[in-house]
Design a protein around this ligand. Structure first.
Ligand SMILES: N[C@@H](CCC(=O)N[C@@H](CS)C(=O)NCC(=O)O)C(=O)O
Length: 200
């Protein structure tokens, strides 16, 4: 079996999502992780993905697949389909929407970190930062009211990775007001060893 190269970095919630999905669909052995530096213009990543973003999956013929949603869909397809993305349309699109909400929490969290890291303090836009924080808060509130249930799918994995990123970069402050989600994440971590295995 040919290897699939995954360009990612340890702290990426989206790269983590792809690695956990690979474990759930039984494809971990086919993934070769090659670290990417999104800040390095010389990294070949920018040839593999013009956006210069991770995760990017590179096939043996040089074809690249991105972003993480496409990679997850590809891994599910390689595994025969209907493994982490339900085939039944009645469930499929609700699941994909929940996964998009979880990814959105990670996106809005990441953007706050970029704003703080990359902008000079005087140039930071507090209103914009608050807007991103509100997206995270509303997303968490939605999941606190209805955490994903049933078979582990892409929505479960995306949410676990978003919460993991909040733990990593925001000191797990969400846990104080979201006890149901904290309990949900503990259950996910107990059931899915790849979650702990991909922690940074
Ligand atoms: N929607 C994308 C988001 C990927 C993303 O934002 N990746 C970040 C790292 S976690 C990145 O590559 N940042 C570098 C950049 O934006 O230049 C996905 O799901 O893969």
């Amino acid at each position: 079996m040919t290897k699939l190269i995954l360009r990612t970095s340890p702290a990426s919630p989206f790269g983590r999502k792809v690695q956990i999905i690979a474990a759930l669909v039984g494809l971990t052995d086919r993934l070769e992780i090659i670290a990417a530096d999104t800040n390095d213009p010389a990294d070949v990543l920018r040839e593999q993905n013009p956006l210069g973003k991770i995760p990017t999956l590179v096939l043996s013929d040089g074809t690249s697949y991105y972003d993480s949603r496409v990679i997850v869909e590809y891994l599910d397809f390689l595994a025969g389909g209907d493994v982490v993305i339900p085939a039944d349309p009645a469930i499929r699109f609700r699941t994909l929407t929940k996964a998009a909400l979880a990814d959105g929490i990670a996106d809005a969290s990441l953007l706050q970190i970029y704003e703080e890291r990359l902008r000079e303090p005087a140039a930071r836009n507090e209103k914009w930062l608050a807007n991103q924080a509100d997206k995270v808060a509303r997303g968490l509130a939605a999941f606190e009211g209805a955490p994903p249930e049933g078979r582990r799918d892409v929505a479960h994995v995306a949410l676990a990775c978003a919460l993991g990123y909040l733990d990593l970069r925001f000191h797990g402050a969400w846990r104080e007001t979201r006890p149901r989600l904290a309990h949900w994440l503990a259950g996910f971590a107990a059931d899915v060893p790849a979650f702990a295995a991909t922690a940074s």
